[in-house]
Design a protein around this ligand. Structure first.
Ligand code: OOG
Ligand code: NI
Length: 459
């Protein structure tokens, strides 16, 4: 056994390396990072209270490095090998997303840290989709795609070797860290040389643009990397000011006093030159896959809160044929019934909270005097307070607009597919974590800790 690199350190280094690579590949991403940094620092000057909150909860450190990426793979073997790599970096599959309901022939999970401390150390996540070949209707094309995917290797022999060594070792050995990161980064690099000819690309593309994106290239290139911003409305305005062609509406919930879940906006996919198989360097081809995205995260909702959210969103979207211009207004109206203060969200069991001792609570533990054992009483007496738990997951189905706008505008597909979490998990080689259970656990743990402190069990 040799000394190994802590998973969180490896994840932080990986996140930095990905960011640097993507900055080189998509220079506009660099502009976005600068824009987000400017908005965040202004926001923290204007909102000292939030600054203090972030500092005290340890969330300040993650602010500048907060991001997620997205990749798409073609085969079960690719997915399960990635699962092993991500595990070495402390990222585990959380949640199952069936995107066929949004007209996209994939199903997905998000690899991310699951422990609160690990999330603060480096919250990097990768949304990972697996192509569902069975959704290609044309049998001949389905076979062609399957054959191409079966023939490609997205991972080097060396990286597979390092995985084996590291798993046996209980972590990536210190002396293999650099090599491991270099090899892993390589998997997600963009390759302008397609592994299919122009005609095959066209056929795959006609079946679905995303099928072409997965099947036509050597590996699962990172297709976007998303920094997190504290005020997405300001960011959206600033993007327009700087001439970045942002989407017209922000996906997700409306602007609120207590932000909930996730709001996202993006700019459209870039056209990138590609070279098809068998063609000379001079012959031009283009592929659109990669885009820019920013997001703002808010409190995680309970199943009850999520149901209410889905209802409100459906109401805002329901009016078919309604003009996009008044979408924002309709959204705000539809969400009028969703409570917008922390106390009500908590009392009605709509959102998750972390309980921490107040100054008064800390003092009372020193003096060994505590009143009742009820958390509500402790709150009323000001011994503990409830802080929103941040949503760490995704909303790709309700934000299907992100997919559609970035994958070619008006194109809409319909799949009569069954959601198949079982098949996804079989491909993955493990089951996925239930995100609600993780938030519930974080809430319960914080309350148990507060109780131990207040009742003196811990002294
Ligand atoms: C992933 C889209 C999902 C998000 O932020 O909801 C995602 C993809 O386009 O491959 O990244
Ligand atoms: Ni995204």
């Amino acid at each position: 056994m040799s000394e190994y690199v802590p998973a969180s350190d490896l994840r932080a280094a990986f996140s930095d390396a990905m960011s640097e690579m993507y900055r080189r590949e998509v220079p506009l991403y660099g502009d976005l990072i600068d824009l987000v940094a400017a908005i965040n620092s202004k926001f923290l000057v204007d909102n000292q209270y939030i600054r203090a909150e972030l500092e005290c909860s340890g969330e300040m450190a993650r602010l500048d490095v907060e991001r997620h990426g997205a990749i798409r793979v073609g085969r079960a073997e690719e997915l399960s090998a990635l699962r092993r790599i991500f595990a070495l970096m402390g990222m585990y599959p959380v949640g199952y997303y069936d995107l066929s309901v949004a007209g996209v022939p994939v199903h997905s999970t998000a690899f991310r840290p699951v422990e609160p401390a690990a999330l603060n150390a480096s919250p990097f996540r990768i949304f990972t989709s697996l192509l569902r070949l069975e959704l290609i209707e044309d049998e001949a094309l389905r076979e062609t795609a399957g054959r191409i995917l079966a023939g490609r290797r997205i991972m080097s022999d060396r990286v597979m070797e390092i995985i084996e060594i590291s798993e046996k070792n209980g972590g990536v050995p210190v002396d293999l860290q650099t090599e491991f990161l270099r090899e892993v980064l390589d998997i997600f690099r963009w390759h302008p040389e397609a592994i299919v000819d122009r005609e095959t690309y066209r056929q795959l593309h006609d079946a679905h643009r995303l099928i072409a994106d997965v099947v036509s290239f050597k590996g699962p290139h990172i297709n976007h990397l998303t920094p997190s911003v504290l005020d997405i409305d300001a960011a959206q305005q600033e993007m327009k000011q700087r001439g970045i062609r942002a989407k017209s509406v922000i996906e997700g919930p409306p602007r609120r006093a207590v932000p909930i879940l996730l709001r996202q906006t993006s700019f459209t996919a870039l056209e990138e030159p590609v070279r098809f198989l068998g063609e000379a360097a001079g012959e031009k081809g283009v592929h659109t896959a990669r885009f820019g995205e920013i997001e703002q995260r808010g409190v995680a909702l309970t199943p009850k809160g999520r149901r209410l959210y889905d209802q409100c969103l459906a109401e805002a979207r329901g009016v078919s044929g309604a003009a996009a211009e008044d979408y924002e207004e309709r959204l705000a109206q539809a969400f009028a019934t969703f409570p917008d203060d922390a106390a009500t969200l908590r009392r009605e069991g709509l959102a998750y909270f972390r309980y921490v001792l107040t100054e008064k609570g800390l003092k009372s533990t020193e003096q060994g005097q505590t009143g009742s054992e009820q958390s509500q009483n402790w709150l009323d007496e000001g011994l503990i307070r409830a802080k929103p738990i941040l949503y760490e997951d995704f909303l790709p189905v309700s934000a299907a607009g992100i997919f559609q706008s970035n994958l070619g505008g008006a194109e809409q597909r319909h799949y009569d597919a069954q959601s198949s979490q079982d098949r996804f998990e079989a491909a993955l080689g493990t089951s996925v974590y239930d995100p609600f259970a993780l938030y519930q656990q974080a809430q319960d743990d914080s309350l148990a800790q507060a109780r131990r402190l207040l009742t003196g069990e811990e002294r």
